[in-house]
Write a protein that binds this ligand. Sequence first.
Ligand code: SAM
Length: 292
Amino acid sequence: MKDIATPTRTKEILEKYGFSFKKSLGQNFLIDPNILRRITETAELTKETGAIEIGPGIGALTEHVARSAGKVVAFEIDQRLLPILSDTLSPYDNVKIIHEDVLKADVAQIVEQEFTDFEQLMVVANLPYYVTTPIIMKLLEEKVPIKGMVIMLQKEVADRISAKPGTKEYGSLSIAIQYYMTAETAFIVPKTVFMPQPNVDSAVIKLLKREKPAVEVTNEQFFFTVTRASFAQRRKTILNNLTNQLPQGKEKKEAVIEALSQAEIEPLRRGESLSLEEFARLANALYPVFKS
Ligand code: SAM
């Protein structure tokens, strides 16, 4: 049987079921088996690996993952795809499709039930682009016990995730993800390998969970609040952003200046110049001032 992802087989499947794409669900299906092979190779799957997929579509990537991993659990929101998937993936007995919005699902609990026998877990997905960041953050914040993720997303978001300090892409998303994971762009993907073609370029990134977070912070939530506040207006200084954004920041200006000095950060610097270590020092110095 030909790969699901060949253009001819994809067209046949879509015609057989009279399937029409829903743009609102980020439905851009992959039609190039080479890209799928590269994704699964990047994920370094083995039969001891359990895989979580988000948005299997008609099963193009699921099939490749099922061949290399021990088991695949895939979350699909669109009910119309369920009969198609049970047809296209019938040769694979190690795939389970869960009809649920991944953002509403109790992923940690499902993972605990479905992957009792697996040594390690990887997320492998061609993500729906309208919810890329919420999906990644959900998996990280809910502490789903994964080794890492190999995911396709908008190139622009991939650039922001792996950005280094001092670049225009560096921001609170870079910090939120690099706090938990190492991030590396594996390869760039042209629009032509999708049906229908998206408006933006894509990239595959590899994120690997750190053994412990990149920096030590007193309070994680407050650390993320400080990083978000620091980038609220990119042209403003760190002092301005902190006093404008943090609760009662203006009244606490003197204490904020003192915390900056304690963290050895010049108040006139901009957020984009601060490393993760500097943000951690800053958040730890500010925490006693703002904890309620
Ligand atoms: N994996 C397929 C491929 O590579 O050809 C399809 C990828 S397509 C970019 C994204 C898929 O995610 C679609 O099948 C869409 O219906 C599904 N999806 C969108 N939002 C979702 C959500 N909140 N939860 C689960 N699946 C979702």
